[in-house]
Write a protein of this length. Structure first.
Lengths: 332, 365
């Protein structure tokens, strides 16, 4: 196991600066999720660490050693991609065992068998071990490719949206599995996703990228409760944080341009009147779509609320965030 | 616009039965979700409605007319796939109007309907653009436009948002739903994502292994599942199951789990033997005086709420509570369960026992 350190990594593709002096430390044993919309630089960061791509400037260290000039094979990392690639002529068992059969590792056969069995169990594919890789569903293939990374026990795992092609239900199961595998093995994991539930539940740290810059790094709770900016605040939370004119509910602090309200920062039953525009029932919660003078607000309420479209609800901010004209959060 | 009725529809592929015997009705103008895991038969069901597969037996009615053995082109429906294909050499406007031109619709009408569709979708300003440079969202809108322009009786969609990233998927789900609200066209939508189904659907059919498990209004089947499969498939995290041996009789308003006595809705059906008490995470509160005891295994922070996993003698119980309540891992806690929301299941079959609370929901569908 090892820590990963990026020092002022810059990567340009023609005129586009994909990464702009990104410095970050992934502590030994951490589960770090990189967050940001398409094009923010998440995958490029992973490729820098893996050695699939080289920075124009800056250094990558794994376990304190500079990775400059080292090939992916020399870095002792395991990667899982969104698009799985398995050996089609091999069975699931042979695919899983393949990394362990490397002449460099000389793993005894009984150990290989034990590891393959354990990984297959974790990923719920034990019953498919003798199947050809091509006879699997997409979800099963992806589990095998995750399994192939897990059997190797490398110093770091790099995963690029490994769950996004799976069934929602299976994704929820594997999230819990990945988290517990990581916690029990003490592996260092750098993970890219679009799925914010993955960020919130699996990550020990979240790194927020915005157009090639690392704008915030912290625990999910820090990013959620103390975002540095509107951008960072908007990356986490469902429904998303409501961003409204700062003075919508009354006097705002000097310099404040926007007020930011997550559902738990909106108290219902007092304050100023809003109109219910839609009631969205999601089972465990009900989302209220509200309007105040053409401003849309989404909050949550009791699952069995009697409110319907057209009703009026008074709302007021509770410990809100304020942001300045640049979208930077102001001290409370 | 159309009502669609499925009666005892079955589909075999050789030895494999993809759909066993489905019966349900999609009312005119409904946004209807076919929900289930991979391989449950939902896509096969949709393909039979569309005429892309022929049922082995059973009837399919569109607006009262039996169409089970008719070709797709004779059914007047539009299909939107997960992987939408656009004509790369045509601009946006031509892509949208192509289905009409190929049907020989007069030019002036093609233009009028094309413009209408573009304004419904909010893409008037990109009509002259080539499709090559479009964002994923605009490509999806163009694909939808091509389906809408034909003014079919119904829209069939097979995981149209499955390939999109999470942030954008949510946005498109909203957009699809509000598009439906404006047009009011009967829409049948296949998904494996329970949240998408809850969020968008007027009605949901939950399928498993080719069998319809339950059929109804999203909130009702979420609250009152007919089977443990439905209880487990809807909700994230799903319903908690407390397994115990005991007996329950008609008229009972409480059950005994070990030392704890818990109130339940008045039972209509009884059962002796393996029982399962089902409760949703948001109906479990942590309270030192609670009748159920357990040890906190983990807490998962979700922002607004947190999920607390507690090991009890009847299995793990997850509780969804506000994130600002402090809960210590490894501490011993009591659990309070909201008795109004409970469902009892037969452990062996997974079927819900009828009570005064769920009887209404279970009697239809």
């Amino acid at each position: 196991m090892a820590d990963i350190r990026l020092e002022k990594i810059t990567r340009r593709f023609g005129d586009v600066t994909a990464l702009d002096e990104v410095s970050m430390t992934v502590p030994d044993g951490a589960f770090v999720v990189l967050l940001g919309p398409t094009g923010a630089g998440k995958t490029t960061t992973l490729r820098m660490v893996s050695g699939l791509d080289a920075p124009d400037a800056g250094d990558v260290f794994i376990g304190g050693e500079s990775m400059n000039g080292l090939t992916p094979a020399q870095r002792n990392i395991a990667m899982v991609f969104q698009q799985y690639s398995l050996y089609p002529h091999l069975t699931v068992r042979e695919n899983l065992a393949f990394p362990l059969k490397s002449p460099l590792l000389r793993t005894p056969k009984d150990q290989i068998d034990a590891k393959v069995a354990a990984v297959a169990e974790t990923l719920q594919i034990s019953h498919k071990l003798e199947n050809k890789a091509t006879a699997l569903s997409g979800g099963e293939m992806q589990r095998v490719s995750i399994g192939r990374a897990l059997v190797r026990e490398p110093s770091v795992y790099l995963m690029d949206e490994p769950l996004s092609s799976l069934d929602a239900k299976l994704r929820a199961d594997l999230r819990i599995e990945l988290k517990s595998i990581q916690a029990n093995s003490g592996a260092t994991l750098l993970y890219v996703t679009h799925d914010q539930i993955e960020d919130m539940t699996m990550a020990t740290h979240v790194g927020v990228l915005d157009e090639g810059k690392l704008v915030q790094m912290g625990t999910p709770r820090e990013i959620y409760e103390q975002p540095v900016s509107i951008y960072a605040a908007s990356r986490l939370g469902q429904p998303r944080i409501n961003i409204l004119p700062a003075d919508l509910f009354g006097r705002a602090p000097d310099g404040a341009k926007f007020i930011g309200l997550r559902p738990e920062q909106i108290s219902q039953g007092r304050g100023i009147d809003s109109t219910v525009t839609r009631v969205e029932r999601l089972g465990d919660q009900t989302r209220l779509h509200l309007a105040i003078h053409n401003h849309d607000i989404i909050t949550v309420t009791d699952a069995h609320t009697g409110l319907t479209s057209g009703d009026t609800v008074a709302i007021a901010p509770k410990n809100p965030h304020f942001f300045d004209a640049h979208g930077v959060r102001m001290p409370a | 616009m159309a009502q669609i009725r499925i009666e005892n529809v079955r589909k075999d592929f050789g030895d494999f039965t993809a759909v066993q015997s489905s019966t349900f009705t999609i009312e005119d103008g409904e946004f209807f979700m076919l929900l289930g895991p991979s391989g449950c038969g939902k896509t096969t069901t949709l393909r039979m409605m569309a005429g892309l597969e022929l049922p082995t037996s059973g009837d399919i009615y569109i607006d009262g007319e039996e169409v089970g053995q008719k070709r797709a082109s004779e059914r007047d429906i539009a299909f939107v796939f997960q992987m939408f294909a656009l004509y790369p050499h045509m601009n946006v406007g031509k892509n949208i109007s192509y289905p009409l031109l190929s049907q020989g619709v007069p030019k002036a009408e093609v233009k009028r309907r094309g413009d209408d569709v573009a304004s419904i979708l909010g893409i008037q300003d990109i009509l002259q653009k080539p499709v090559g440079g479009l964002s994923g969202g605009d490509r999806q809108r163009v694909a939808l436009g091509r389906a809408i322009v034909r003014e079919p009786k119904a829209f069939f969609m097979d995981e149209p948002l499955g390939a999109l990233d999470a942030e954008f998927r949510e946005h498109m789900a909203e957009e699809l739903r509000s598009l439906h609200d404006r047009m009011g066209a009967t829409t049948v939508y296949v998904t494996h994502d329970q949240l998408e189904a809850m969020q968008m659907g007027d009605k949901i059919v939950v399928m498993n292994h080719g069998v319809v498990e339950q059929f109804g209004v999203p909130q009702e089947i979420y609250d009152w599942p007919a089977t443990m499969f439905v209880a487990n498939f809807l909700g994230s995290p799903p319903m908690n199951f407390l397994e115990y041996d005991g007996s329950v009789s008609p008229g009972d308003t409480q059950v005994r789990l070990g030392d704890a006595t818990l109130a339940v809705p008045e039972q209509i059906e009884g059962h002796r033997g393996g029982l399962v008490l089902g409760v949703r995470p948001e109906h479990v509160r942590i309270d030192d005086n609670g009748p159920l005891r357990g040890k906190v295994l983990a807490t998962e922070y979700l922002g607004t709420t947190q999920i607390v996993t507690v090991q009890t003698q009847f299995g793990e119980v997850k509780s969804r509570i506000d994130a600002d309540i402090a809960v210590k891992t490894s501490s011993n806690v009591g659990l309070v369960i909201d008795e109004r929301t409970l469902t009892l299941f037969r452990a062996q079959t997974g079927a819900a026992l009828r009570s005064s609370s769920n009887a209404g929901v279970l009697s239809h569908g």
